[in-house]
Write a protein that binds this ligand. Structure first.
Ligand code: MIC
Ligand code: SF4
Length: 644
């Protein structure tokens, strides 16, 4: 039978289950990646699982998220990661080598393979024809140990591209257009497959930009065919041997087909505070801009940087605007340094930042109070930049560079600047000296653990009954940045009791303290939320820290995929209102209870929650496989896996 690309790759990796849309399947994972902010916990859990050396074809540990090294904690984490990588056979990418997704695309991504990463933008690998999926650190730890990764067999949407992008219109605008079409919610369980004649006009880094921001739509991943353009990219990276062809069979079936004419797209921007709040740049023209940040795993490729350099050449950044640029990898930074583009950037007044996540995760470069910041990254959630009332817009590097010079939003097509046509290089600069490849056994020293590095926490077994307080009543689209802020708090990622103090810091600063008081009294904690709870990051701390605070259930109208899986992994039950209107039947502070909920979940039955204040009986369901229900009963995946 004719197969689409997703089916081809998934069926080749299928090890458990029947491939029927919506049913759980277990797939083999060929490659894994971790980054430092999720990685310390992932490797601590990997150690706790006691599975010995990694069993994948390739596992890479990147240090890219938190490289500011304020205080000892950060650097201690890096040394831990380096020593644990050496011990278990993981490649270590040192701080300064670049952002995990960009570097992985350059040096390791391989068409037709599966990649699981403890970061929600792992799907960037779809640009080179990988089924690349973001997951919590514990899922990645299990995959490193040779365990399967479980997901629902997806629905596949074909995005059929035609035409060609006009000058100044970019891959970022394509994906912003996709966000306008699909929005940031309601796409759980979907994989996007890009096809059509228009694909041939897009380079691998452009495809990667598009695949990267599928994460913002909540799709599991996005994948492009592997064709002659892919071959040329891999050849330029000195890896032609990694190339293989990957295309859909004629007559392949899809659950939905979305037609998109590239020539009809205009320069776009995502307005505050959601990547789905898409506008045309022409609607924003003239708005003053205080800050511009160019980089991140979405838009920091060689072409992105060369285009920006050429817009900036011979000009000075507007006096009221501050410009920061972070090239995505050391490969790119070295190329810019050699060909003079870096000198053009510096001469314009741009502040060159490390090749790391930096500004994107709110680690530095926070805008002024109420400031307008244009960023080429993928998320503009409230407070993520480190400034709660900042107004963050997401655009292409082209539009961002033009705004840095003019000091205001400007349609780049009307900027008067000649469009810089940058070709993909025939050869990239190859220098793998900032990777530490694992040595043969017996050559590795002990694992280093600084004082900030604690034990990975475990949950207790699921209690027989639920009886607790609704500690928070939240609206729709609560992101993991709302639940567990990163930025300045990042350095506590390996210290859960400390990090847990900041749960919902920007939403309800008393949440953590109140939960701990309840926990001490033996009262359970419950979170109530609206639609699409847990959008955004894969950070499992958004489940792990609430677990530490004694949260037993989250009742929401709907959940996003990675966060729901993380809740299960830490033994918190993601309950879904059977009738969304019941959301109104609970208020913050209400006492909620459910006798025998453990038995109900074990049997796959409806959980009935009683509101003690009103007497209302609220029916809740869940979207959990039998395996997941067993994990919850055991109090999380760590308990479940070690007991097996
Ligand atoms: C993000 O972009 O939100 C992050 C920071 O990369 C996260 C991972 C993390 O919180 O460490 C993600 O996307 O998964
Ligand atoms: Fe890093 Fe930002 Fe990409 Fe997350 S989205 S991996 S913080 S660059």
């Amino acid at each position: 039978m004719a197969k689409n690309i997703v089916e081809k790759v998934l069926l080749a990796h299928l090890r458990e289950g029947d491939y029927i849309a919506g049913k759980e399947i277990g797939i083999r994972i060929d490659q894994t990646l971790t980054q430092d902010a999720t990685g310390t916990m992932a490797y601590l859990q990997f150690e706790a699982l006691g599975l010995g050396d990694v069993k994948t074809d390739l596992s890479v540990s990147y240090v890219d998220h938190n490289t500011v090294q304020v205080g000892f904690e950060n650097n201690d984490d890096h040394i831990y990661l380096q020593s644990v990588a050496a011990k278990f056979g993981v490649v270590y990418s040192r701080a300064g080598n670049g952002i995990c997704h960009q570097v992985h695309l350059e040096r390791f991504g391989k068409p037709g393979t599966t990649l699981l990463g403890s970061d929600s933008h792992t799907p960037t690998g779809g640009g080179v024809g990988q089924i690349a999926i973001g997951a919590g650190g514990l899922d990645v730890a299990v995959a490193m140990g040779g365990g399967l990764f479980y997901l629902a067999a997806p629905k596949v949407y074909l995005v059929k591209l035609s035409g060609k992008l006009n000058d100044w219109v970019t891959a970022k605008d394509v994906v912003l257009k996709m966000l306008e079409l699909l929005s940031t919610r309601g796409n759980v369980g979907v994989m996007l497959e890009y096809g059509g004649e228009g694909v041939k006009t897009l380079s691998v880094p452009e495809r990667a930009t598009i695949a990267n921001m599928g994460a913002e739509m909540g799709v599991t991943c996005s994948i492009f065919p592997s064709d002659e353009i892919t071959r040329a990219f891999l050849t330029a990276q000195g890896r032609e041997k990694d190339w293989s062809e990957l295309s859909a069979d004629a007559g392949a079936k899809y659950d939905r087909v979305i037609e998109l004419d590239l020539s009809s797209i205009e320069p776009m921007a995502a307005a505050p505070h959601s990547p789905g709040n898409v506008k045309k740049i022409s609607e924003l023209e003239g708005m003053k801009v205080d800050q511009v940040c160019i980089g991140s795993c979405t838009n920091s490729s060689y072409k992105d940087m060369m285009t920006v350099a050429s817009v900036l050449k011979g000009k000075t950044v507007n006096k009221d605007t501050s410009l920061g640029i972070a090239p995505g990898s050391r490969q790119i930074l070295q190329m810019l340094a050699k060909n003079g583009a870096l000198a053009d950037m510096i001469a314009s007044g741009a502040r060159i930042m490390e090749s790391a996540c930096g500004f994107c995760i709110g680690n530095h470069f926070s805008p002024k109070s109420g400031g307008v910041s244009i960023r080429t990254s993928n998320r503009n959630f409230e407070a993520r930049s480190g400034t709660k009332d900042a107004q963050v817009y997401l655009t292409s590097p082209e539009a961002a560079a033009v705004a840095a010079v003019t000091g205001a939003f400007a349609d780049p097509r009307k900027s008067g600047v000649r469009y810089p046509r940058v070709a993909e290089p025939a050869e990239y600069l190859l220098d793998d000296s900032m990777f530490i490849f694992p040595q043969p056994k017996g050559k590795n020293g002990p694992v280093f653990r600084g004082p900030n590095i604690g034990e990975p926490p475990r949950n207790e077994k699921m209690p027989e009954s639920l009886s607790g307080d609704a500690m928070a009543k939240l609206g729709d689209k609560i992101t993991t940045d709302h639940i567990m802020p990163a930025g300045a708090r990042l350095k506590y990622r390996s210290n859960v009791p400390k990090y847990a103090e900041y749960v919902f810091e920007n939403v309800d600063p008393t949440f953590s303290k109140r939960c701990l008081e309840n926990r001490a009294k033996g009262v359970q904690n419950i979170i109530v939320a609206g639609e699409s709870y847990g959008q955004g990051s894969s950070r499992e701390h958004a489940a792990m820290c609430p677990m530490y605070l004694g949260v037993k259930a989250v009742i929401a109208k709907s959940f996003e995929r990675i966060h729901a899986a993380n809740l299960v992994n830490f033994g918190i039950v993601p309950l879904i209102f059977r009738n969304p209107a019941d959301y109104d039947a609970i208020e913050k502070g209400d006492k909620l209870s459910s006798e025998n909920w453990r038995a109900a979940v074990a049997a796959g039955k409806t959980v009935v929650i009683k509101n003690e204040r009103t007497g209302a009986a609220i029916e809740c369901g869940y979207s959990l496989s039998e395996r997941q229900r067993a994990i919850i009963a055991a109090g999380g995946l760590l308990n479940y896996t070690t007991s097996k």
